[in-house]
Design a protein around this ligand. Sequence first.
Ligand code: GTP
Ligand code: MG
Length: 200
Amino acid sequence: ERGRLLFAGPVDFLKGVVAMSGLPPADRIEVCFAGRSNVGKSSLINALTGRKAIARASNTPGRTQEINFFALGESHYLVDLPGYGYANAPLDKVAAWQALLKKYLSGRQSLRRAFVLIDTRHGIKSVDEEIMSLLDSSAVTFQCVLTKADKVKDKDREAVLEQVRAKLAKHPAAYPEIIMTSSEKGDGIATLRAVIATLE
Ligand code: GTP
Ligand code: MG
């Protein structure tokens, strides 16, 4: 199917961006992965692309400090964002990348969808809601992706889904379907690939 075809092609790291002026031309279908530090953004990009470490993942919150662009064939960009919330890095540096993150999320013409990653163990926190409100006011459609599902028992997953559904209902830019994933086990990865392949 389409998701398989799109992700079977070449994936290349294009560049890491530290200022809006460094963004590549807005001429491809672009999706980004946003979320609190350590939620699993870089790991999800690795799982989607089937590359073990094309995006740098680490147990240290604050690993990704630039806006990293990955070219998926010639039609799409996957964008790995620095985390928000706490991070293990100097405060002035963190402030600079948070400002860039907000500018990117509110002012990127070619951004078709922002995936907002939420740790299945923790649900939506207030920092996540701040980002969701920013996306609402920028009219950027966002979709919730629950991460690290392997760390939560089947029977406890429904309660998280309920909390997330209730919070999403208050955000006009939220896409209602929630995708539960595990980059470790592969759950939800094919579904997310198919969603990305559907965007035009
Ligand atoms: P920053 O770049 O620091 O904002 O973090 P990030 O959101 O990119 O997280 P990253 O992908 O670096 O993952 C953080 C930690 O969570 C790493 O130790 C990963 O191995 C782990 N992790 C990510 N996804 C999963 C998952 O699906 N299951 C489990 N068990 N661990 C995961
Ligand atoms: Mg990262």
